[in-house]
Design a protein around this ligand. Structure first.
Ligand SMILES: [Zn+2]
Length: 281
């Protein structure tokens, strides 16, 4: 599953590669990926063809490519979508759902393996883009908003939730999911059920520093997302750059701080946490 760090790496790559380019041809191979933004594929093709890409933004786990005429091209990678740079003549692979070529050459392919892709894309007016993907205007983006530790402390106190549930709550915090919520809590040495409103100053600072460190390390591990070969090396079956992970998916393996086995605990329906019972308090 892609979370904020991987999508931020993708945003940076897109900023470098496609901002300033004009879309030439658009081929949409899969009908479901244009919903809910469009009724059908031709509607997306018409909205995207000929548009110039003027900027690349990210919020949470969604990419917003701003186009001319106050329109925005949304790319929501979903569970495991990816974007690759190709030559303009490269045919669409079996997992490619959308391809765009550019007037100056080259192409972008949007892909995701599996029968039911979760990647979504469409073109909407810029001022409706957040609402179109259901993003909360109030949710904090730890990288984009770059809060100070004191602002983060106030946010934690106001939210007043168990830490794990707070970190993965998209209405409060954008872009952090099952993977990096566990990694952040391990790095901070804080338990998943520790109430966010009862952290000491020291614990707040530790959690704040952990968010920064985990996001930066994950961005480094994600490498270059547009380069196919490199991405495949770095990413495991679940689409996660796994080498740098300390707890997520590591149940039974020794904690790299205290050597006790990492355990996987069910918090509620569909929500699990990987943690160390020894060194997270
Ligand atoms: Zn431990």
């Amino acid at each position: 599953m892609l979370e904020l760090p991987e999508v931020e790496v993708l945003r940076k790559d897109l900023e470098k590669e496609v901002v300033g380019k004009r879309v030439k041809e658009v081929t949409a191979a899969t009908a479901s990926i244009v919903r809910p933004f469009h009724r059908n594929r031709p509607e997306l093709v018409k909205a995207l063809q000929g548009r110039k890409i003027e900027g690349a933004r990210r919020r949470g786990k969604v990419i917003f490519l701003d186009l001319d005429e106050q329109m925005t091209w949304i790319i929501d990678p979903g569970q495991n979508g990816s974007v690759h740079k190709e030559t303009a003549s490269e045919p669409l692979g079996p997992d490619t759902h959308l391809a765009t070529t550019f007037t100056t050459g080259g192409a972008l392919h949007l892909s995701e393996a599996g029968d039911e892709p979760t990647i979504r894309t469409g073109v909407v007016p810029t001022d409706e883009a957040f609402d179109a993907v259901g993003l909360s205007h109030d949710a904090l983006d730890l990288f984009d908003d770059n809060p100070t530790w004191m602002e983060f402390g106030r946010f934690l106190a106001e939210a007043d939730k168990p830490l794990k549930l707070l970190l993965i709550d998209e209405s409060l915090l954008a872009g952090i999911g099952p993977v990096y919520s566990d990694e952040i809590l391990w790095e901070a040495g804080l338990r998943h059920d520790h109430p966010s409103s009862s952290l000491s100053t020291q614990e707040t600072r530790r959690l704040y520093r952990a968010t920064q460190e985990v996001i930066v390390a994950a961005m480094k591990a994600a490498g270059s997302s547009l380069d196919d070969a490199e991405a495949d090396q770095m990413i495991d079956d679940e689409g996660v750059a796994a080498d740098h992970l300390r707890v997520y998916g590591r149940d039974g393996k020794p904690c790299s701080r205290c050597r006790r086995p990492i355990v996987r605990t069910r918090i509620k329906k569909g929500v699990y946490t990987y943690h160390c019972e020894q060194c997270m308090i």
